[in-house]
Design a binder for this molecule. Structure first.
Ligand SMILES: [Zn+2]
Length: 106
Protein backbone atom coordinates (compact mmCIF):
# COMPACT_ATOMS: atom_id res chain seq x y z
CA UNK A 1 0.00 0.00 0.00
CA UNK A 2 1.28 3.45 -0.91
CA UNK A 3 -0.03 6.46 0.94
CA UNK A 4 -0.05 10.11 0.08
CA UNK A 5 -1.42 13.06 2.01
CA UNK A 6 -3.18 15.37 -0.39
CA UNK A 7 -2.20 19.03 -0.46
CA UNK A 8 -3.37 22.08 -2.35
CA UNK A 9 -1.25 22.49 -5.50
CA UNK A 10 -1.33 26.29 -5.17
CA UNK A 11 -0.65 27.00 -1.48
CA UNK A 12 0.48 23.59 -0.13
CA UNK A 13 -2.22 23.58 2.54
CA UNK A 14 -3.62 20.32 3.89
CA UNK A 15 -6.71 22.16 5.13
CA UNK A 16 -9.09 20.75 2.52
CA UNK A 17 -12.87 20.57 2.19
CA UNK A 18 -14.65 17.55 0.65
CA UNK A 19 -17.90 18.40 -1.12
CA UNK A 20 -20.04 15.37 -1.99
CA UNK A 21 -22.18 15.80 -5.12
CA UNK A 22 -24.80 13.28 -6.15
CA UNK A 23 -26.59 13.08 -9.49
CA UNK A 24 -26.05 10.25 -11.97
CA UNK A 25 -22.95 9.31 -9.97
CA UNK A 26 -21.44 10.28 -6.66
CA UNK A 27 -18.48 12.61 -6.87
CA UNK A 28 -16.30 14.24 -4.28
CA UNK A 29 -14.84 17.64 -5.13
CA UNK A 30 -11.91 18.68 -3.01
CA UNK A 31 -11.44 22.39 -2.39
CA UNK A 32 -8.63 24.11 -0.51
CA UNK A 33 -10.13 25.61 2.63
CA UNK A 34 -7.35 28.22 2.79
CA UNK A 35 -7.15 29.64 -0.76
CA UNK A 36 -10.38 28.26 -2.29
CA UNK A 37 -8.65 26.47 -5.18
CA UNK A 38 -10.01 23.35 -6.82
CA UNK A 39 -7.71 20.50 -5.73
CA UNK A 40 -9.17 17.21 -7.01
CA UNK A 41 -12.24 15.25 -7.98
CA UNK A 42 -13.05 11.63 -7.11
CA UNK A 43 -15.80 9.53 -8.68
CA UNK A 44 -17.16 6.98 -6.22
CA UNK A 45 -17.90 3.48 -7.52
CA UNK A 46 -21.45 2.22 -6.94
CA UNK A 47 -21.69 0.89 -3.41
CA UNK A 48 -18.24 2.30 -2.67
CA UNK A 49 -19.18 5.08 -0.28
CA UNK A 50 -18.80 4.40 3.41
CA UNK A 51 -19.46 6.92 6.13
CA UNK A 52 -18.33 5.94 9.65
CA UNK A 53 -20.99 6.15 12.33
CA UNK A 54 -23.79 5.72 9.84
CA UNK A 55 -26.52 3.28 10.72
CA UNK A 56 -27.87 0.35 8.73
CA UNK A 57 -30.96 2.25 7.51
CA UNK A 58 -28.77 4.98 6.06
CA UNK A 59 -26.54 2.34 4.44
CA UNK A 60 -29.61 0.82 2.78
CA UNK A 61 -30.73 4.20 1.37
CA UNK A 62 -27.31 4.76 -0.18
CA UNK A 63 -27.28 1.27 -1.69
CA UNK A 64 -30.67 1.96 -3.26
CA UNK A 65 -29.52 5.35 -4.55
CA UNK A 66 -26.58 3.65 -6.20
CA UNK A 67 -28.96 1.31 -8.05
CA UNK A 68 -26.04 -0.86 -9.08
CA UNK A 69 -26.48 -3.03 -6.03
CA UNK A 70 -27.51 -6.57 -6.88
CA UNK A 71 -29.33 -8.23 -4.05
CA UNK A 72 -29.21 -11.90 -3.21
CA UNK A 73 -26.90 -11.52 -0.27
CA UNK A 74 -28.03 -10.58 3.18
CA UNK A 75 -27.64 -6.81 3.25
CA UNK A 76 -26.95 -6.80 6.98
CA UNK A 77 -23.98 -9.07 6.31
CA UNK A 78 -22.80 -6.77 3.53
CA UNK A 79 -23.16 -3.78 5.87
CA UNK A 80 -21.09 -5.54 8.54
CA UNK A 81 -18.40 -6.48 5.98
CA UNK A 82 -18.24 -2.98 4.51
CA UNK A 83 -18.02 -1.40 7.99
CA UNK A 84 -15.26 -3.74 9.11
CA UNK A 85 -13.26 -3.47 5.91
CA UNK A 86 -13.55 0.34 5.86
CA UNK A 87 -12.32 0.60 9.47
CA UNK A 88 -9.50 -1.90 8.86
CA UNK A 89 -8.51 0.04 5.71
CA UNK A 90 -8.46 3.29 7.66
CA UNK A 91 -6.32 1.80 10.44
CA UNK A 92 -3.86 0.32 7.94
CA UNK A 93 -3.71 3.58 5.98
CA UNK A 94 -3.00 5.59 9.14
CA UNK A 95 -0.26 3.12 10.11
CA UNK A 96 1.40 3.47 6.67
CA UNK A 97 0.99 7.23 6.79
CA UNK A 98 2.81 7.45 10.13
CA UNK A 99 5.54 5.12 8.78
CA UNK A 100 6.00 7.34 5.72
CA UNK A 101 5.76 10.79 7.29
CA UNK A 102 6.84 10.08 10.89
CA UNK A 103 6.91 13.20 13.00
CA UNK A 104 6.62 15.39 9.93
CA UNK A 105 3.03 14.42 9.30
CA UNK A 106 1.51 17.34 7.39
ZN1 LIG B 1 -4.74 26.37 -1.31
Amino acid sequence: MQVHIQKCQKCNSTNLRNIIARDDAQRVFVQCHDCGSFVARYVIAPGGYFHEGRDYESFLRTQMLDRGFSSGRDLKTVFKEVSESAKAGFDETLKRTHEKYGDELP
